[in-house]
Design a protein around this ligand. Structure first.
Ligand code: RIB
Ligand code: CA
Length: 314
């Protein structure tokens, strides 16, 4: 089986780090051709450094990391240090990266990579605001029919939002980018908070991960311990949703997800609900079902697989 080629677009972010480690621990199934970073959880300067830290933690400094857009297409950047800490990767003591950031702009590299690849060869996984992908589609619309699938963490429907009552953070930060991607015609799979809230990472599982003993596993568990500090007002236990890792989980084991093809669009006009992913779960609009919406995950096989793959890293 030839590994599936993926671009990871990300704003690390502890949960982004889990998604990246999970992917890099699965080389038989996934080939991470490169990582593009975006302003999101923390400013771009930090998300770029953080992505370098994560590939070095995985023992994969060969995976090229690019800086993309520092801010959304229209709105000013909104960050989330209140969740991820001032560095964006608080919790782990990771050294300053020695691997250099690529000099090419992440959006230019994304366009060039997709145009140089075979049609349908590249899957784009977005784990943060979708500014880079939307800008790439704007710069070179010919990439749209060449992308195999966009698998994104973002949005929500019955769960509402986590940045506002209506909007999830990744979509809320850059709703215009998200609107463009959902409307582009590219095949989209959406892991919103309805899905990620069923992927609750428990202290017990983190103990198992830490006990596997690899440096990547131990530092990932340290990242998670910080990540779990936020949210006690929202979640009834010490478990927390490991949002972005659901994207990697879907690529590796789609069968463990409840999913449904729906029409999805993004609100970009209302000051009250801007960034809301409007998911036509009951098909009442009759509009084209442009998105595979993930609603629930089976947590047992998901966490077993993630433990196996992250603990396989050095
Ligand atoms: O709402 C959760 C999303 O926002 C995750 O991608 C997390 O990393 C933050 O970017
Ligand atoms: Ca993220």
């Amino acid at each position: 089986m030839t590994p599936r080629k993926i671009i990871i677009d990300t704003d690390p972010g502890q949960d982004d780090a889990f998604a990246i480690l999970f992917a890099l621990g699965s080389p038989k199934e996934l080939e991470v051709v490169g990582i593009t970073t975006v302003g999101g959880n923390v400013p771009l300067r930090l998300t770029a450094i953080n992505a370098l830290k994560v590939v070095e933690l995985a023992g994969r400094p060969d995976v090229p990391v690019f800086a993309g857009c520092p801010a959304p297409m229209v709105k000013p950047l909104m960050t989330a240090e209140y969740v991820h800490g001032e560095t964006g990767l608080d919790g782990a003591d990771l050294p300053e990266p020695v691997t250099p950031l690529q000099t090419e702009h992440g959006v230019n590299w994304m366009v060039r990579t997709i145009m140089e690849a075979e049609v349908g060869e590249i899957t784009v996984c977005t784990l943060g605001p979708m500014t880079n992908l939307a800008m790439a589609m704007t710069m070179e619309p010919r990439i749209i029919p060449r992308i195999r699938e966009v698998v994104l963490m973002g949005g929500g429907f019955f769960e509402g939002g986590n940045a506002t009552p209506a909007a999830e953070f990744n979509i809320f930060v850059d709703p215009h980018a998200a609107h463009k991607v959902f409307a582009s015609g590219v095949p989209v799979t959406m892991a919103g908070i309805d899905c990620t809230y069923t992927a609750q990472m428990t202290p017990e599982w983190l103990g198992e991960l830490r006990a596997t003993g690899s440096r990547a596993a131990i530092e990932a568990a340290n990242l998670a311990d910080f990540f779990r500090i936020y949210g006690s007002h929202k979640f009834p236990t010490e478990a927390r949703p490991i949002h972005d890792a659901c994207v990697t989980g879907y690529l590796l084991a789609p069968e463990i997800f409840e999913q449904r093809q729906c029409h999805v669009t993004v609100e970009i006009s209302s000051p009250v609900t801007i960034g809301m992913t409007v998911v036509d779960w009951w098909h009442v609009t009759g509009q084209e079902k442009n998105c595979n919406v993930l609603r629930r995950i089976d947590p047992d096989p998901f966490f077993a697989l993630m433990l196996e793959r992250i603990s396989a890293l050095p």
